[in-house]
Ligand binder design. Structure first.
Ligand SMILES: NC(=O)c1ccc[n+]([C@@H]2O[C@H](COP(=O)([O-])OP(=O)(O)OC[C@H]3O[C@@H](n4cnc5c(N)ncnc54)[C@H](O)[C@@H]3O)[C@@H](O)[C@H]2O)c1
Length: 383
């Protein structure tokens, strides 16, 4: 296929890396010459590293480099059969580029956006022929992370949805379909992993080291929430939470925390700035409380909140139960799908934890999803 990628930043480069290793001719366009240069350099450094490590053969490198071109001339994208937009997260700038690209490409070309937080319906409205527009949300880095969330807008045709899905599946991606709602599946369902962990820390129930230890050691997660927030960047992670919160008309379930906001304001962004929840410049002495009872309580509280979010996404038909579980295991590496996990630990136990939290705090954020109550009364499971 001939693929046009808009944007030569973090995502544009990793998407281009992915499509070219899959042998598709790809042109990456960016309006900034500097961004193109720096993107090209970053990719070439990465390819060298992967070759030295023995992960890529000479042929792999050749396939990528011979299929990939960089340009600041948008007209070069006119023969594209698929456009994947990954420019700055600004609705007006995105809309402007979509109306430009629509005039250039053939009317069979599928036009997609990799936006994390904008409405697909709103972006689609920038096109005259908007039934060929769809959300294609890759995960960072797109060349490694198997998941892509596909988000049809209300304007998208079934043909566009089917073709988009086939293209990605043929390229070996794991595809899930999500409703055009804030955070789609992953960025919505994952919020309590961060939010509830911060809340536990703010209340003084445990320190960050203990919470991270418990989620990994007892919960089986690859990274603890604080390590992960530092890894993602507290600026980015905070902004995603704030966007989801605002987009859900200030539902308290997604309320951001002052703890993380202050870190962001102070420039304590995490690994990339040398300091975040953790200090990466000193050999910190980790003060972990390895009391397993406490650890289990922490994990069960965070997990129950995650399951509640996944259940509510199912209740509101954001995606199928299979897709919700796939999204969390393939998009953010959770050890198990949350709904399958709920079956394993017992829906009644999850509901009891949520009801206890709700009764203790009387905060709406702890309200259990109606589907959990219904399932409990029917004694049923997700699977
Ligand atoms: N970074 C992530 O982890 C991640 C994951 C999934 C989705 N996304 C989404 O992908 C998109 C890009 O994110 P990113 O992290 O790669 O951003 P980035 O800041 O690394 O790159 C954005 C690029 O867009 C270019 N650009 C800005 N205006 C432009 C214009 N008018 N025309 C052409 N190019 C323009 C910039 O020069 C820059 O190179 C966003 O919509 C973001 O929400 C990001």
């Amino acid at each position: 296929m001939k693929i046009g990628v808009l944007g030569s930043g973090t995502m544009g480069i990793s998407i281009g890396h992915f499509t070219t290793i899959k042998d598709h001719q790809t042109i990456i366009y960016d309006s900034s010459k500097n961004a193109l240069k720096s993107g090209e350099k970053k990719l070439s450094d990465l390819l060298k590293k992967l070759k030295n490590k023995g992960k890529y053969s000479k042929e792999d490198i050749k396939r990528i480099t011979s299929n990939l071109t960089f340009t600041d001339d948008i007209k070069k994208l006119k023969d594209s059969e698929l456009i994947i937009e990954a420019i700055i997260e600004d609705i007006n700038i995105k809309k402007e580029i979509f109306s430009k690209i629509e005039k250039l490409v053939d009317n069979k070309c599928i036009i997609t956006s990799n936006t994390s937080s904008l409405s697909i319906a709103s972006l689609a409205s920038s096109l005259k022929e908007n039934k060929r527009f769809i959300g294609m949300h890759f995960f960072n880095p797109a060349n490694l992370m198997p998941l892509v969330e596909i988000i049809p807008a209300i304007q998208t045709s079934q043909e566009t949805l089917d073709r988009s899905k086939n293209i990605l599946v043929e390229m070996g991606k794991v595809v899930v379909i999500a409703k055009d709602t804030p955070g789609f599946i992953v960025n919505r369902v994952a919020r309590p992993f961060y939010g509830e962990a911060i809340r536990i820390y703010e209340e003084g129930i445990a320190n960050i080291e203990t919470i991270d230890w418990a989620t990994k050691e007892i919960g089986g997660f690859r990274m603890g929430p604080f390590e992960l927030m530092d890894f993602i960047g507290n600026d980015i992670n905070y902004m995603v939470t704030e966007t989801v919160f605002k987009e859900f008309y200030f539902d308290s379930r997604y309320k951001p925390s002052f703890t993380q906001k202050r870190l962001m304001e102070a420039g304590y962004l995490g690994k990339k700035s040398g300091k975040g929840f953790y200090d990466y410049n000193t050999e910190e002495i980790k003060n972990i409380n390895k009391n397993r009872e406490l650890g289990k309580k922490i994990v069960f509280r965070i997990l129950s909140m995650l399951i509640n979010e996944a259940s509510d996404a199912l209740f509101l038909k954001i995606a199928s139960k299979e897709d919700i579980d796939l999204a969390m295991t393939k998009g953010v590496n959770y050890p198990k799908g949350l709904l399958a996990w709920a079956d394993e630990i017992g829906i009644d136990n999850v509901l009891e934890t949520l009801e206890n939290l709700y009764n203790t705090y009387k905060e709406d954020r702890y309200r259990p999803s109606p589907i959990l109550r219904k399932m409990c009364s029917e004694n049923s499971n997700f699977y």
